[in-house]
Ligand binder design. Structure first.
Ligand SMILES: Cc1ncc(COP(=O)(O)O)c(C=O)c1O
Length: 372
């Protein structure tokens, strides 16, 4: 197998992949309506479920699309009656509000600071004092804007107490940060193939409680391609997706699943956490600060405060690192200038050390140390 040039992707997905995942896409052409391909999708679907739930009670519905497709599918398919509370403490919580607005759902925002844990007693009070019945709640697990890890287990118990159906965007936590859907009271979870799963981009999926999927909807559908129930029903009846699946991405996903099972989710998270510890120690050694305290941090993506130095410029820093095989990502906060470094994918702490070496050279080149 010829080695493929390895780039160190420190953007929050698509992540650095193994050559075996890359090569898994090179397969004989196949029509995805063949049984052979159906069996592959069945394998992928049940393995994805088993990483977070019991396959007897939960199932995975696959879509061709980026991660947002799964989030949008849940929001636009599930609501029957009552109000949905959407927790917004970063760009991805805000995106769920935008989706809810686009579909004209009956939604209300619970706004919370981007760098601090959610005040769970305030959330409880908000739900109980709300003048109408709250039937659903949507929350992002790991807010990729900052790396703030929301306490979905406690939010799940608040939902249970108040008979609320919980939906979780687990895009940047799934397959690294342990999740137990049943224990956490999660009815619907959204994730994708190209972050901690270390697969290729193009598969978006919803893991759902079979009991919820089986319930009769009282309202008329407001979506089409992303209709969760139709996609579920069609797959159950035919073993196929309703529309053309991303064939080669699914072959790569199978390989990525085999690799995460071989490594173990817990062990993958330990590897990521080691890389994160290296990153945090390194940036503070370089004189930079990060936003979220370790206690509330996901340890997979970090928002770093931009250096205060006249010669600093994100694009030139990005280009310098990019020329050396390392990709970083801009920030997404509007009240503070930040940039982001993710430590997911087929990486180790040595890759982070290399990033820190180049980062130090960049900071020296712009006179950061003489200015401070
Ligand atoms: C928490 C979260 N939700 C949703 C998305 C959207 O995923 P995509 O860009 O694949 O649509 C991302 C992407 O980074 C994310 O981190």
């Amino acid at each position: 197998m010829r080695k493929i040039k390895r780039n160190i992707l420190l953007n929050p997905g698509p992540a650095t992949t193994t050559d075996t995942v890359k090569y898994a896409q090179v397969v004989p052409d196949i029509c995805p309506r063949e049984d052979e391909f159906g069996h592959l999708m069945q394998f992928v679907s049940s393995e994805l479920t088993s990483l977070v739930a019991d396959i007897e009670q939960y199932t995975t519905i696959l879509f061709g699309g980026s991660g947002t497709a799964a989030v949008e599918s849940i929001l636009s398919s599930v609501m029957n009656d009552g109000v949905i509370v959407i927790i917004n403490n970063g760009a991805y919580g805000k995106r769920m509000c935008e989706i809810a607005e686009a579909y004209q759902l009956d939604w209300v925002e619970f706004l919370s600071p981007a760098d601090k844990p959610i005040q769970l007693d305030q959330l409880q009070l908000f739900i109980q004092k709300f003048p109408r019945t709250v039937s659903y709640l949507a929350v992002v697990h790991n807010e990729t804007t900052t790396g703030l890890l929301n306490d979905i287990e406690t939010i799940g118990s608040i939902c249970k107490e108040n008979k609320i159906i919980m939906m979780v965007d687990a895009m940047s936590s799934y397959a690294a940060i342990p999740i137990q859907m049943s224990k956490m009271n999660i009815s619907y979870l959204a994730a994708s193939s190209n972050k901690n799963l270390q697969g290729m981009a193009g598969v978006s999926f919803v893991i759902a409680k079979k009991g919820e999927l089986g319930k009769e909807k009282k309202t008329k559908p407001i979506n089409y391609y992303l209709n969760l129930y139709c996609q579920y029903k069609h797959f159950n009846e035919t073993g196929q997706m309703r529309f053309t699946p991303p064939v080669q991405t699914i072959y790569a996903l199978k390989q990525a699943i085999l690799e995460v099972k071989e490594e173990g989710v817990k062990e993958r998270y330990e590897r990521y956490s080691q890389a994160w510890e290296t990153l945090i120690a390194g940036i503070s050694r370089l004189g930079l600060k990060h936003l979220v305290a370790a206690k509330h941090h996901s340890k997979v993506i970090t928002a770093i405060v931009e250096p205060t130095c006249v010669a600093y410029d994100f694009d030139s820093m990005h280009d310098y690192l990019y020329a050396n095989g390392i990709t970083i990502y801009p920030g997404k906060l509007n009240y503070l200038n930040s940039f982001r470094v993710a430590n997911i994918g087929d990486l180790t702490k040595d890759d982070i050390e290399l990033f820190l070496t180049f980062m130090e050279k960049y900071l020296q080149s712009i006179g950061f140390y003489s200015a401070n």
